[in-house]
Ligand binder design. Sequence first.
Ligand code: MN3
Length: 200
Amino acid sequence: MSFELPDLPYAYDALAPYMSAETLEYHHDKHHQAYVTNGNNLLKGSEWEGKSLEEIVKGSFGKNAGLFNNAGQHYNHLHFWNWMKPGGGGNKLPGKLAKAVDADLGGYDGFRKAFIEAGTGQFGSGWAWLAVSGGKLSVMKTPNGENPLVHGATPILGVDVWEHSYYIDYRNARPKYLEAFVDSLINWDYVEQLFEKAAG
Ligand code: MN3
């Protein structure tokens, strides 16, 4: 199965002022497209040709750095576009997810603080995550194209902290970008869908 770039699930200007059309044009049309193109070139003739994206991400980790970086970033960005929506964010979590966040992370405020700290504390390029492992929620951070899948957990929310995700709108103010993501962009319904799948 070769990789394909999906359309954004909203208009390029739909997330403004928190994420501009210019950021989304570069991030989706140039950066994500490059992961798709490079990933397809590296997949061709490899032992992972014909496997699912998750199998490629897990299988190539630690074995084929070039393929892993591009496949991992393709996986991360496929979800990232859906982890945001116009009018999203804030503390209105769907019921089951809210219960789990209360039990495992000390409630919404605990989640918000830990998630923003993870994104701020990731040195250099990477991602901050809300992930499920053994039925429990945890906040994680990973470098470059890595994600919780290669650390035995299932990602249900992630935020891209590569500079290409925020530099046009926030310059070097990564914490301001993370606050805007949490307070105004998160698509909690999509997070809940992934949570129900991961928690069984
Ligand atoms: Mn990116």
